[in-house]
Ligand binder design. Structure first.
Ligand SMILES: [Zn+2]
Length: 85
């Protein structure tokens, strides 16, 4: 899964939910924290905007599109995931 693409889409989601610059930055640092600490969840942007850190789980990856779902609110998110050659 192309994590940079996933990160960019999740940051876009925070902005789309009217996240402030500070919220975008805080989400980004929670994301980086999760990347560096493999036990931490990659945070769901919708739950994050409600003050919760909830895990996004991979659902599928086909034809260059990956889908993840929040294990708490069940929202799904899609993003490009170019095949690595
Ligand atoms: Zn969620």
């Amino acid at each position: 899964m192309a994590l940079e693409y996933m990160r960019d889409e999740m940051l876009r989601q925070i902005k789309a939910q009217l996240g402030s610059e500070a919220q975008v930055a805080a989400y980004h640092s929670a994301w980086n924290d999760a990347i560096l600490n493999s036990g931490k969840p990659l945070p769901c942007p919708s739950c994050y905007m409600k003050g919760d850190i909830r895990r996004l789980k991979p659902i599928s990856e086909e034809h260059g599109i990956a889908v993840v779902r929040c294990e708490h609110c069940r929202e799904t998110f899609e993003f490009d995931s170019p095949e690595i050659r």
